[in-house]
Design a protein around this ligand. Structure first.
Ligand SMILES: Nc1ncnc2c1ncn2[C@@H]1O[C@H](COP(=O)(O)OP(=O)(O)OP(=O)(O)O)[C@@H](O)[C@H]1O
Ligand SMILES: [Mg+2]
Length: 303
């Protein structure tokens, strides 16, 4: 089972309007909701790829119930902890002449709920994967990913980490199976400006020296580089196509990598690249049909 963790999930309320006027009344022409959070994105794409996956994290109130229903409808199992107070946040995304986002803080997570989350992670078994992705809300300890990684380290559990700066580097000592920084995050970790593939490879090797087994560096439309646990590097250019929305492309790539890795690293990178592109080319997240189409386009010979 691949478990994903989304500490502060959100319902994204999207509104489309021709123009946004601040300080006045606006009317939207179209609205739609999406269920947001990095871990949930990873689970959603894993489900498209036929993988068994369960989303963990905290939900609260009626919006939390709605989010859980929505996540289940995507074919993802849920093991959310229900907080006694507050409500799962609704983030408002305004698509007008400009793009405006208002992201809510989310509910307060108390120590009892945190204890429940730790207890949940104790249920993971040998062979399971835990995806630790996204930011950590202010009411939780900053070192939560590190604490979870430590708790998991007494079992044969693969950790996949996709988070910024010290949230990512702090788990390296627990030898995560894969880390997936994008090129900007990799640059920020080392305080440098990584502009080409040789530099990306150099700093991927640094992360490997610090403990990561596999390092997957995504570079948006410029493709992705994988430094595998044997020290071999693989590069794959991005699929060409019209990008509609690249938010979640990295989460989708991580899902593809995890779903494909049983067939080797070359295939894991291919499936990751196809899943990332399928999200970039869609309004929402990647679906199976588009991923399959892209795989077909790549020619079957490398699979
Ligand atoms: N415009 C694009 N065209 C084709 N493929 C893309 C495009 N953008 C992203 N991808 C694919 O998805 C992968 C991941 O994208 P990216 O590097 O943008 O991730 P990210 O910044 O972590 O995104 P997020 O955190 O929003 O999920 C890329 O390596 C690439 O293979
Ligand atoms: Mg990302």
């Amino acid at each position: 089972m691949i478990y994903t963790l989304t500490l502060n999930p959100a319902i994204d309320y999207n509104m489309e309007l021709p123009q946004l006027k601040t300080g006045g009344v606006n009317r939207s022409a179209k609205e739609y909701i999406r269920y947001g959070g990095k871990g949930i994105n990873v689970s959603a794409v894993l489900a498209q790829l036929g993988e068994d996956t369960e989303a963990l994290g905290f939900i609260a109130g009626a919006t939390g119930d709605r989010l859980e229903e929505g996540v289940r409808a995507m074919g993802v199992k849920t093991g959310f902890i229900k907080l006694k107070r507050g409500m799962t946040r609704i983030n408002v995304k305004l698509h007008a002449d400009t793009e405006t986002e208002i992201n809510a803080a989310g509910p307060e997570i108390d120590d009892a709920a945190l204890g429940e989350l730790y207890a949940k992670t104790d249920e993971l078994r040998d062979g399971d994967t835990a995806v630790l992705a996204g930011s950590v809300p202010g009411s939780l300890p900053r070192d939560i990913y590190e604490r979870i990684a430590e708790r998991l380290s007494d079992r044969d559990i693969r950790i996949a980490a996709d988070a910024e700066k010290e949230l990512l580097t702090a788990v390296l000592k627990y030898r995560p199976f894969v880390v997936k920084p994008n090129i900007h995050e990799l640059s920020a970790i080392f305080g440098v400006d990584i502009a080409d593939i040789p530099a990306a490879e150099k700093y991927a090797r640094e992360l490997q020296k610090m403990g990561a087994k596999n390092v997957l560096v995504s570079m948006g439309g410029d493709g992705a580089l994988l430094l595998d646990e044997d020290g071999d590097t693989h590069f794959r250019a991005a699929f060409s196509g019209r990008a509609v929305n690249t938010v979640g492309a990295g989460d989708s790539m991580l899902a593809g990598f995890l779903a494909g890795v049983g067939k080797g690293y070359e295939y894991a990178l291919l499936l990751g690249t196809a899943a990332g592109a399928a999200t970039a080319f869609s309004e929402g997240l990647a679906d199976k049909r588009m991923i399959d189409e892209l795989l077909e386009r790549s020619g079957g010979d490398e699979i």
